[in-house]
Design a protein around this ligand. Structure first.
Ligand SMILES: [Zn+2]
Ligand SMILES: [Zn+2]
Length: 105
């Protein structure tokens, strides 16, 4: 990487890991041996993947959806057993239970 001001190749000074930064994971510092410019380069999270996620519309991000199921009740002397409907909480198929969908940017 060249110096912005004098185009000399910069000298790498070191990398600092950012423990609690929301936006960046690492800061690299470089300096110019010619004009003494000091350059900081901040590395954002998730470099390389460029993947965006969005909340799953199917389960509203919960990862689980409530599905109405039917099972057969006791026949109990009747000719046909009555159906019993019940709610079942299941993993959302749309997002695989994660609650987020990956979007290709
Ligand atoms: Zn320079
Ligand atoms: Zn989902």
């Amino acid at each position: 990487m060249k110096c912005w001001h004098c185009n000399t190749e910069l000298i790498w000074g070191g990398d600092d890991d950012l423990e609690d930064d929301e936006d960046f994971v690492m800061v690299t510092n470089l300096s110019c041996p010619t004009c003494n410019s000091f350059v900081l380069v901040s590395l954002p999270h998730d470099t390389g993947s460029h993947k965006k996620t969005t909340t799953c519309p199917e389960c509203s991000g919960a990862g689980r959806i409530t599905v109405e199921r039917m099972r057969t009740g006791e026949q109990d002397g009747a000719r046909f057993a009555p159906p019993i409907y019940y709610d079942s909480e299941e993993e959302c198929e749309e997002c695989g239970g994660v609650g987020e969908l990956a979007l290709d940017s």
